[in-house]
Structure formats: C-alpha cells, structure tokens
Design a protein around this ligand. Sequence first.
Ligand SMILES: NC(=O)c1ccc[n+]([C@@H]2O[C@H](COP(=O)([O-])OP(=O)(O)OC[C@H]3O[C@@H](n4cnc5c(N)ncnc54)[C@H](OP(=O)(O)O)[C@@H]3O)[C@@H](O)[C@H]2O)c1
Length: 257
Amino acid sequence: MMLKDKVTLITGSTRGLGLEMAKYFSENCNALVVVCSRNLESLEKVKKIIKGKIMTAKLDVTKRDEIEMTIKTIEDKYGRIDILINNAGFEFDKKIWYKKFHEVELNIFDNIIKVDLMGSIMLSQHVIKNMLKNYKKNKSFNGVIINISSTPAINGHVEGSPYTIAKAGIMGLTKHIAREYGTYNIRAYTLALGNISTYSTYNSMDKEHRLLAKKETSLKRWGRPREVAKIAASLASNNFTYATGNTFVIDGGNIMI
Ligand SMILES: NC(=O)c1ccc[n+]([C@@H]2O[C@H](COP(=O)([O-])OP(=O)(O)OC[C@H]3O[C@@H](n4cnc5c(N)ncnc54)[C@H](OP(=O)(O)O)[C@@H]3O)[C@@H](O)[C@H]2O)c1
C-alpha cells in the first residue's frame, strides 16, 4: 500500500474529517496513524472503530506540554513522524459564524486563532525538529505536512471572519515550510475545503443553507470526507514528490485557479 508503515499524526481525529482520514490512512493505505483528541473517551471509542494500525494520544493543540508529550511518546515508540496533518479546528459555532466582523469580540478571534493557526504552528515546529533528525540520519527520508484550510481563506466570505482569518494564516504556514525545508525533503500542502459533509457542518445547517451550499458548486453536491482523505493520502505518497507549497482546492468546482 502507498503509505505502508508511515507514521502519520492527525490532530482532531476521532470524528468528522480527521476520523475519516485516520480510517483511510490506516485501513486502506497501511499507515500507522496517531489518532488524537482532547477527550479520552473518544480515543477509547475510536480504538473499536478503526481496524488498521493506530496509537492514540490525548492532545489539545493549544497546550505545549501535551504536544511535547505526544511527540516524545511517538519518538520513543517509532523514532520518526513521516506525515503530519494539522486538521484540528475550532468547533463550527453558528453564533460566531453569523456575527458581523465589527461585532466579533477579540477573545473569539484569539480562541479560534489559538486552535487553527497557533496549534498548527506549534505542531509543525515540533514535528519538523523530528523530521530534520531523520533526514540527517537518512537522506531518502520524506516528510509531509498537510494543513487543513478552507476556501474563504482564498476567496473571502461575508460570514465567519475569525475562521477565514485563521485559515488564511495556515496557507502562509504551508508556503513557508515548503520554502524553508524543501532542501530537507520536507513537503507541505494546504487543503482548501469547501462544504464537506461532516456532523459539525451539514447537521448544524438548516435546509435552506444546505441547499445553497450544494448549489454553489459545479458538481451540485456536498463533498464527502472520504474524498478529502483520498486526496490527502495521494499528496502524502510518493506520487507528489515534485509538488510542494501548493493549495489544493477541494470544493466541487467552485473556486477555480
Ligand atoms: N467540514 C467542512 O465543510 C470544512 C470546511 C472547511 C474547513 N474544514 C476544516 O476541516 C477540519 C475538520 O473539520 P470537521 O468538519 O471534521 O470538524 P469537527 O467535526 O468539528 O472536528 C473538529 C476536530 O478538531 C478537534 N479540536 C477542536 N479543538 C481542538 C483543540 N484545542 N485541540 C485539539 N483538537 C481540537 C476536535 O477534537 P476533540 O473535540 O475530539 O478534541 C475535532 O476532532 C477543521 O480544521 C475545519 O475547520 C472543514
């Protein structure tokens, strides 16, 4: 399989998109997935859901000590991290989403940026340290970092300003990593997602908004988490070794660049 035994750390991976990627990477690609959540109960549940090779880690991406502990545990057990997917994102909250930019309290910006952007920055710093050690030992080592963003970060949006702003920062993070660490065989990608049907998005919208989301695409439907997982796995594989820093738009053909 294309990612056989690749140690893959996926943040926020006991539900939604993160869970689907964890399942696909471990069950279909034979990767060794580190499944993460802030919630111990969710981690226990996931052990029964995923059939492939996994280890679990209690990880809040805003907590440096938990990041350090997770990385150390993986290093002690496997020595290396091949793939990092910065997927954890602040919960979709309708009250925040529909608030006008000028009315959003600063602490809300702070909270969202802390998870989506600062969390991705901290994880990337720690994982890159490990990747560099492995590259020094073995020059054929390949590291891959995939950052999960969203289409408003490219095109802007009239709603959800704190999410858009945090997700736009993530695109800069990808490009920086690609430029600075390319010579160490570390590649980075951004996935800019449109409407992907997870519990947090699809189920929190009313009929009218669900329909609008569907209509704005060329394919006239919502995306499926499995479709995102397949693209992430392809990017992480050796099929993409001469592409880095890119933003891949996965939105059913709305934004076309
Ligand atoms: N679905 C979409 O249409 C869509 C569109 C654009 C972008 N995205 C992005 O895709 C990612 C996944 O979305 P989703 O729809 O699957 O959302 P979701 O079901 O709400 O999942 C969010 C995940 O983030 C984790 N998380 C939240 N705060 C965290 C923290 N402080 N530390 C660690 N983990 C944290 C949660 O883990 P625990 O609660 O278990 O800790 C959960 O697993 C997010 O980054 C989201 O912004 C999704």
